[in-house]
Design a protein around this ligand. Sequence first.
Ligand SMILES: Cc1cc2nc3c(=O)[nH]c(=O)nc-3n(C[C@H](O)[C@H](O)[C@H](O)COP(=O)(O)OP(=O)(O)OC[C@H]3O[C@@H](n4cnc5c(N)ncnc54)[C@H](O)[C@@H]3O)c2cc1C
Length: 512
Amino acid sequence: MSQFTYEEVEKHNKEGDLWIIVDSKVYDLSKFAGLHPGGPNVLYAANVAGKDATDTFFGLHRHEVLLRPQYARLQIGVIRGQEEIIKAPLPGSLSKVPYAEATWLSDGYYSPYYTDNHRMFQKAVRKFFEEVVRPEALKCEEGGTRISQEVVDRLSDLNIISMRLGPGKHLKGRYLMEGLVKPEEFNYFHELILHTEVARFGTRGFVDGMLNGAVIGLPPIWNYGSPELQSKVVPEVLSGKKYIALAISEAFAGSDVSGIQTTAIRDGGYWVVTGTKKWITNGTFADYFTTACKTEKGLTVILIERGEGVSTKPIKTAYSPTAGTAYVVFNKVRVPVSNTLGEVGKGLSVILSNFNHERWMVTASSVGAQRVIVEECLKWANQRIVFGKPLTSQAVIRSKLGKMITRIEACQNWLELVTHQMNNMSYNEMSNKLAGQIGLLKQFVSRCGRETAEDATQVFGGRALTVTGMGKFVENYHRTSGFDAILAGAEDVLGDLGLKQAMKKMPKDARL
Ligand SMILES: Cc1cc2nc3c(=O)[nH]c(=O)nc-3n(C[C@H](O)[C@H](O)[C@H](O)COP(=O)(O)OP(=O)(O)OC[C@H]3O[C@@H](n4cnc5c(N)ncnc54)[C@H](O)[C@@H]3O)c2cc1C
């Protein structure tokens, strides 16, 4: 690679002969100037010709722009005796930006919850996600396509689909993450790592599109399905060969599950199911629907296979269609009675027992996404020059950053505390002791997320409203943070649930 001095570069400062320096690298933009998306004059107006344009460049572009082949090949040399300072992070590496990683991942800090095994696991997951999942997430988020079978197969090879459903008997005998963690040692902190890591790409639709239907739709099968149903459906879904969705909500009934109007009427050995379901995640491509139905004896959950009488169509939402959000119609679908999950009329307990884990998962991915927004804002406020100074020199901006950090740390710490309880409780204990707290936690985290989305939008200005470029993470988060406030139970409803559960446990003799 040729080496130049600043003086040599300075001579190339005119139209047709335009060099610049970015982070000690010398670029010849003579031909590119005419192709610059902002027009050639933008480079002259920025007064960068023949100069070190590092600050100007990073005030306008993300580092990844320099790495794109069409721009990388404009580099003709380096400045003699200097080395680049700004390097692309290696896949799997941790950020050194303060608060960009959870405390347990930050150099020189400690945690009572995580072991060396969690650290190894996190590193391997981040590397795999960055190398394999991120390109897929970006493609699917933008194109609105569902996750490809190729990537599903890679996830299934490492047993990531299974691990996202938490610890349990479904992991027995499985080789997790190429043997990095033994099934009996896998706990909710490993799972927490998976949910936070997948939320790091600024692709909220894809987070749900990466088979969240299985995370919420499959547990009722192994908890309440017949052994025959379990042995058929569970392996199909965990191997990524078939897809499943949880179909509870209807236009008639969301928060109020008891208002469900989809009916299941007995006809010999079959249920005949008629009704509609709304906003069903992964529903556009699901093969199975874990469906809440109204029967003569009350609410009942039934597994319905896609077939005659089942149709789905996409619902357009504020996030990417890659999530597969669907309107589902059941038109006199005949379903074997053996597909009933749990007792007839006891569907509400099947549905409710499933909610804790789902709400905890939504909280975990929200924390993962918020953490990235904190990092984005700290970097941007540090590098953006406004009124001749970095944005961080404005007290109002520092105040916003401080509040974002406070919020993410509060969310993370509470989430880890609840995760620790989950690790030490049986499934029934969790339902009894954690339903209220998880409701409050989810409400708190999703509210924090939306406040952070608002603050981040102010920190990034117009770029926060631009889908590509510098503010793309903030734009996606600002547009989609509301999903965390609705999915798996609306924020206010969950806050109320938390309070009601607490009041149930008030000692009879409690008086001031
Ligand atoms: C993108 C997306 C994906 C989804 N995926 C699934 C899925 O896979 N499977 C599935 O079954 N469902 C799914 N849902 C449905 C979701 O669970 C419901 O939207 C949610 O439970 C709220 O129900 P609702 O929209 O009918 O709101 P409603 O029940 O009509 O409530 C409207 C608002 O009123 C307020 N409210 C209601 N009741 C109370 C109360 N008691 N106290 C205080 N405030 C109250 C809340 O603020 C609530 O947001 C999804 C929804 C969306 C948008």
